[in-house]
Ligand binder design. Structure first.
Ligand code: UDX
Length: 454
């Protein structure tokens, strides 16, 4: 919404939320304290906040004043009840639709922006149709058009993805409403990039796009294990297959498994949908993508223990990177969570460093406060920003996020501080083997395996 406001100075964009603290953070004068770390975002906010971009808890008046409402609430996987573990929890979408139904005035275009299961627009439409009917006897005659316009941005590159998207998708039947929304995007995106579909195709395209991207990662990760066993090298294989234009070079980086708020959730949704329609073979196919992802994390965690003489009890292990990818402070579904938990359960003393993730976030994700003894295995964790302190007397360094600042470290210097025999486990292929020449470190890299003498 910040990008829309930035590109369209004549449109007033008001972001509303029921959480006063969150709105206060978005209004924070100190732009380094915004709730989301996203390169380029604070510059936009400093340029247009309180000009045509507002953050507020005044939901009623914001809806009343709006011609178009974007529902952009989160839709996490349900933890309990009907569809638990697979289906998305739509309670926030539903309550937002009810608020729009209640407070809108005249005609309102409602745009479904959250990633939602197919047919969610039906739920929104149902609620709004009732409001439309009930308003017929009142002086405030209401009407609505529902559109689906899923968001394809990726975290860390969100601003560029929005400014230069591969495509924008608009699903809906009401030509006038579709035209209104597309005219906003056309201010900075060429019209060939704006695709029009029916509502359900639009919703399904979003789930399918994420499922395909996740599938590529599971595919390359499965081959990374085979490379480690056979002496092939994953980057060479990725380059060779990516040279085929039908496959392409992007999204072929092997790693510790995908994280983030979308891939797992969307595939679970797809699986749920397939099962609902009796398409069990299709469901099984997509579940395979998730199984490989879990397996990749488990195999990395257990191979670390195996390499450290089969035990990590009381060993100091430095974790470099806790965010699910570089350039974000988001830790949702980060592979670091399960790998760290496994090592703590096995008695390791972890020291975690990340340029943007805070210790409070780590504590929440691990459900274990900093330095608290773990009941299971006696391991614990601590946090530090000081890389030298992290590696001092450590038995191993585990690289889990490809932050630029990790690429620029003087690894030879750091290795000198470690306890011997020392190990580096590079899960993101960010360390160049030549930079370790002359050291006695044991080096393991994803899709390559172990190199003992440097
Ligand atoms: C994803 C989609 O890319 C985006 O289009 C959608 O709108 C939201 O979900 P995001 O989750 O922000 O975006 O990050 P993305 O860059 O896709 O990475 C997801 C995960 O896959 C990360 O953990 C990343 O490290 C991992 N990944 C990505 C790999 O392991 N290898 C790759 O080659 C690419």
């Amino acid at each position: 919404m910040a990008v829309i406001a930035d590109k369209c100075p004549d449109i007033i964009v008001t972001l509303v939320d029921i959480d006063q603290n969150r709105i206060d953070s978005w209004n924070n004068k100190d732009l380094n304290k915004l709730p989301v770390y996203e390169p380029g975002l604070k510059e936009i906010i400093s340029r247009i906040r309180n000009k045509n971009l507002f953050f507020s808890c005044e939901i009623e008046s914001a809806i009343k004043d709006s011609d178009m409402v974007f529902i952009s609430v989160n839709t996490p996987t349900k933890k309990s009840g009907f569809g638990a573990g697979y289906a998305s929890d739509l309670k926030w979408v539903e309550s937002s639709a009810r608020q729009v139904a209640e407070f809108s005035v005249g005609h309102t275009i409602v745009v479904e922006k959250s990633t939602v299961p197919v047919k969610t627009a039906e739920l929104i439409q149902h609620i709004l149709n009732d409001a439309e009917k009930n308003s017929r006897n009142s002086s405030n005659l209401k009407s609505f058009s529902v559109l689906s316009s899923p968001e394809f941005l990726a975290e860390g590159t969100a601003i560029d993805d929005l400014e230069n998207p591969d495509r924008v998708l608009i699903g809906g039947e009401d030509a006038l409403a579709v035209r209104s929304l597309s005219s906003i995007y056309e201010r900075w995106i060429s019209s060939e990039k704006i695709l029009f579909t029916n509502l359900w195709s639009s919703e399904l395209s979003k789930l399918t796009a994420n499922a395909f991207l996740a599938q590529r990662i599971s595919s390359i990760n499965s081959i990374s294990a085979l490379c480690e066993s056979t002496g092939a090298e994953i980057n060479e294989v990725a380059n060779a297959i990516g040279a085929d234009r039908r496959i392409g070079q992007k999204f072929l980086s092997a790693g510790p498994g995908f994280g983030g708020s979308c891939f797992q959730k969307d595939i679970l949704n797809l699986v749920y949908l397939c099962k609902y329609y009796g398409l069990y073979e299709v469901a099984k196919y997509w579940e395979g993508v998730l199984s490989i992802n879990s397996w990749q994390k488990e195999r990395i965690a257990s191979l670390i223990v195996e390499k450290l003489f089969g035990t990590v009890t009381n060993k100091k292990i430095a974790i470099f990177g806790f965010a699910f990818k570089a350039s974000t402070n988001d830790t949702r579904e980060s592979p670091a969570i399960s790998i760290a938990k496994y090592l703590i359960e096995n008695g390791a003393n972890l020291i975690i460093t990340d340029p943007q993730v805070t210790p409070i976030q780590i504590e929440m994700e691990l459900s274990l406060s900093e330095s608290q003894q773990c009941k299971l295995g006696g391991g614990k964790w601590a946090y530090s920003k000081d890389h030298k302190y992290c590696v001092k007397n450590a038995d191993a360094v585990i690289l889990l996020t490809a932050w630029d600042e990790f690429k620029e470290l003087d690894w030879k210097d750091l290795i000198c501080l470690m306890r011997k025999p020392s190990w580096i486990f590079d899960n993101r292929k960010i360390i160049c083997i030549d930079d370790l020449k002359g050291t006695d470190v044991n080096f393991w890299q994803i899709g390559l395996g172990t190199i003992h003498s440097m």
